[in-house]
Design a binder for this molecule. Structure first.
Ligand SMILES: [Zn+2]
Length: 106
């Protein structure tokens, strides 16, 4: 007998991505990039993701904005850059110069 299922959900946190003000809780903070996936499972093991969504989430109140189209790729680039800033592998100047080129929600 083959046991399969739908709707197994996993969330992956990529960490700090975009410095922004939250319209919900009014805090300035680093919004986090989040990936939400729904999986097809076989014998309770997730094998194929059939739905993937990306969000930017306020870490204070968990308000989330869904990213679409090219916003996703830009958010991932900015995430890598922001992680570099936070672990001090790039300078703040370098960060600002690079981040200007990536307008995530534009
Ligand atoms: Zn918030």
């Amino acid at each position: 007998m083959i046991i399969f299922g739908w709707g197994h959900v996993t969330n992956k946190q990529y960490g700090a991505t975009l410095a922004d003000n939250c319209s919900n809780c009014n805090n300035d903070s680093w919004w986090h990039l989040l990936r939400n996936r729904k999986w097809f499972t076989l014998f309770f093991i997730p094998v194929i993701p059939y739905k993937t969504k990306y969000f930017l989430m306020c870490p204070v109140c968990s308000q989330a904005v869904e990213l679409t189209g090219s916003q996703i790729e830009r958010a991932r680039q900015l995430n890598v850059l922001t992680q570099g800033l936070l672990n001090k592998s790039i300078s703040e100047n370098e960060y600002r110069n690079q981040a200007k080129k990536i307008e995530v929600l534009g």
